[in-house]
Structures are given as structure tokens and as C-alpha cells.
Design a protein around this ligand. Sequence first.
Ligand SMILES: O=C(O)CCC(=O)C(=O)O
Ligand SMILES: [Fe+2]
Length: 358
Amino acid sequence: MIIIEEGCGSFIPTESVQEIVRKNPEVVPERYVRYEDEEGGDDLLPHLFLEIPVIDLFLLSSGDEEELKKLDMASKEWGFFQIINHDIPTEVLQEMKLTAREFFQLPLEDKMKYFKASNDVQGYGPSPIVYEQQKLDWADILILQVYPTHSRQEKYWPTILPDSTKFIEAYSKEASRVAEKLLAGFSQLLGMQIEELLKMHCEVLQAMRMNYYPTCPTPEKVIGVSPHADTGTLTLLLQEDDTIDGLQVHHLGEWVSIKPLPNALIINIGDVIEVLSNGRYKSVEHRAMTNERKERISIATFICPSEHVEIEPLASIVYEDLKQKYKKFRYGDYLNYYWTRRLDEKTPTNLGLIKIEA
Ligand SMILES: O=C(O)CCC(=O)C(=O)O
Ligand SMILES: [Fe+2]
């Protein structure tokens, strides 16, 4: 069965996009069509192919001043950057990519064993929605909470693939090591002790979202992942195939396509850093597009504070800026708000809740 039964929870069931394409690769159902004309509305096609800043993680974590400056600039001007010299073994990256690919290649009935309950965020399925008539994303996803280990919902881990747990854990451990180095860099930039930003998280919540974007006969009419900003502290993005474009970042009023360097990780700043820094650093809106030729797989790792942690702009920065630009919020409440927003809202309203208007 492809149409998932109505559950009692808050997410509304929709169909697997991969199945829609498998059954009829030529037709895009109406609910996925965002733009009727071939030009894709006013903003569909990116006009710019720019390279986002590249940061050498080895230099950054050795205390190199220039690299720290680059991190500052990238976080102010882009909210996105790539890291090289992250020291994650190539086979760990390869095995993670393979796990994601093998999972989505499973027959539907096997993937359905991991289908998310309607009141869960974790699990397999299309992008979750909470409004009946909204437009849908052209993607299927698998979300797993990885750390802390007691927060895992093991029923969603694709153990049908014998080594998947080992591979997901190996990659996640590396991702968390990389994140700690970046957090140390941000601590310095924000005028804190080197460990302070990490400590502020209490227990780091680390989740993984594997995104599968099937090919689409009319890619100019659909969106793989709707424009959004990530709610957490940092996101680390691994692309399965560096040669397939898809990620676009909103930069200087335009959508810019991001081309990852081979073996680099793409990092973006989430709302937590935007708020802590009183808006100096930006949690930038981004989206993913599809194409006609080849499906695309990406693996996002979200680094977030514990739900009970309260986030507000750092006093020292507010003092310098003479104005507090965001209200204090509890991270868990913010997360709940995020999951109940509409997918097809054009601009992220998630900060609307906490931004103090000028
Ligand atoms: O697939 C991508 O490139 C972006 C995915 C993304 O933004 C997300 O999972 O939050
Ligand atoms: Fe994202």
C-alpha cells in the first residue's frame, strides 16, 4: 500500500514520491506543482553559480587567525561554507553514502517497515506536512535521531541493511567531532571560552536526515525541499554525488546553486547561532531542486541544543549592539513550532516568532 492510513497524530499522510515516479515517470501530480509556467515563476532558476567560502578545518582548529576571520566572514555574508581538511576517512564517507543509497533502493515494502508514525518526526516517508491542501516537496526522507543514544528510536534504524547501524554511527561520530571543532571556532568569534558554546548545548542533540530526490520530468515546476532555514546550531551536509546540483542558497536576493568540492562538507549556520550572535551571523534560507536526469541523495546532520536549553542573544553582543534583536526561547518549543509550519511558505517565518521588530 502506498497511501498511508490516517493516524491519530499531527502529520498528514502522503504518498512516497519515489513510488509516484516509479509508477509513472512522466506525470507530476498537481499537488507538487509550484510553478505552472516553464520559466518556473520569478525565481526558480538560479542566475548565479558562485563558490561559497572554503574553510580549512585543520587550520581553524590549530588557531589560525586567518581561518577564523574567514569563518566570521562566511557566517556573516553567506551563512554557508564548505570545509576541507576535516579528516573524516574517505571510507566512512563512502559507507555513509552507500547506506543512504541502499536504503532508498530497497523495495517499498521494506522501506515501509521504517515508516514514521504520524506523531513522530523520526522515520521514513515523504516530507511531513500538517496542512491538508498545501503543496508537497518532491522528496522522500529518512530521519533518525542519533545522539544522545537514549533518544534513538531504534525501530526506525534500517537494520535490514546489515551494516547500516555501524556506518551511520561511524559517520555520526565523525560529524560530531567536526561540529565540536566548529563550535570551538564560533565560541572564539562570539567572545566565549573555547568550550563554552558546546557546554551551552547541555547534551548535544544530533539528528540525521537522508534526503532522496527522485528525478522529475518537469524539474522547473517542483521543489525538492521547500525554502527553509535550519533551526539548530549547525548543519553538516554530505552529498552522495558531488556532480549533481540541487542545493540552492538565498544570497543577495538571488538563489545561488552550490557546487560542493569533492569530499568537502557543506556547513550552514542554524537559527541558534543567528540568535546567540544577535543576528551578526545568518541562518540563511535554502532549498533543494530536482533534475530530469538523475536522482539526488543528500545526508544532513543537525547539531542542536537539548530541548530544555533557553536561547537568547549573548549579553556581551547585545551590549555592543545596543539592542537585543531576538527574544529568549526554549529550544524544544521552537522545534515544535518549526514542525507545524507550512512547507510551502515562501520565506521562513520561523524567526518571526522570536524576532524583535525594529
Ligand atoms: O539536499 C540538500 O541539499 C538540502 C537539504 C536540507 O536543506 C535539509 O535537509 O535541511
Ligand atoms: Fe536545510
